[in-house]
Design a binder for this molecule. Structure first.
Ligand SMILES: Nc1ncnc2c1ncn2[C@@H]1O[C@H](COP(=O)(O)OP(=O)(O)O)[C@@H](O)[C@H]1O
Ligand SMILES: Cc1cn([C@H]2C[C@H](O)[C@@H](COP(=O)(O)OP(=O)(O)O)O2)c(=O)[nH]c1=O
Length: 198
């Protein structure tokens, strides 16, 4: 089963992902951008304020393709529980904003379309819901994405994705204390795994 964690920068995904290592020690933990050389290229694009948005999209997507073949598909074939800190929805939400000023019409649909032929959609996605101002403040606003205005557009895209596939998403109030958020997500993962097995 594949469960993904999604939300704005600073929403607390990584804090929870780390806590889940203790509560679900048998799961396979992974993330995007990955730690491969494709992920290194993605991290260069994130740090480059002048990176071409379409070129960045394809770097992120290359990293996803490698992630799928190297980590996700083999783990799912072994019947593992896979928990990924960010996954395809991050592309749909973030790169669609980057492409808003480009020649691409309907960027969110375009980015989804590129993935459709080869991706493996998550079975469930936990969405860390937080306002863009708190997210930007928590993340330290260290890269081009971690600005409240940008994150506000990213959040609107996440809401569109949730509207389109409500059954896949579990919304968690990420403004609560770390302990409360961790408890909520641990419970959600247990319920999702039970429902998947029964
Ligand atoms: N629920 C929370 N309340 C307040 N601060 C938090 C909470 N969760 C995480 N943080 C802090 O916010 C910052 C970003 O958290 P992080 O888990 O790295 O978020 P993300 O992976 O979503 O960017 C870190 O300094 C972290 O300690
Ligand atoms: C995976 C992914 C990340 N990103 C962005 C979100 C982050 O600003 C940055 C790095 O992701 P990440 O390391 O998960 O940052 P954070 O822990 O702050 O959420 O890359 C995309 O724009 N598209 C993607 O597909």
């Amino acid at each position: 089963m594949l469960i993904t964690l999604e939300g704005l920068d600073g929403s607390g995904k990584t804090t929870v992902w780390e806590a889940l290592h203790d509560s679900h020690p048998d799961a396979v933990f992974t993330r995007e951008p990955t730690n491969s050389w494709y992920g290194d290229a993605v991290n260069r694009a994130i740090r480059d304020d002048d990176a071409d948005p379409l070129a960045s999209l394809f770097l992120f997507t290359a990293d996803h393709a490698d992630h799928l073949s190297r980590v996700i598909r083999p783990a799912l074939a072994d019947d593992e529980l896979v928990i990924s800190d960010r996954y395809s929805d991050s592309r749909y939400a973030y790169q669609a904003v980057e492409l808003q000023q480009s020649e691409i019409n309907r960027p969110l649909e375009y980015v989804r379309g590129i993935h459709a032929a080869f991706t493996r959609p998550p079975d469930a996605t936990i969405y860390f819901d937080i306002d863009p101002e708190t997210a930007a403040a928590r993340s330290g606003a260290t890269n081009k994405f971690e600005q409240a205005e940008y994150l506000s557009s990213v959040r609107a895209n996440y809401e569109r994705l949730i509207d389109a596939e409500q059954h896949r998403f579990v919304r968690v109030d990420a403004t609560k204390s770390p302990e409360e958020v961790i408890d909520r997500v641990e419970d959600a993962v247990d319920r999702l795994v039970d429902a998947h097995e029964n």
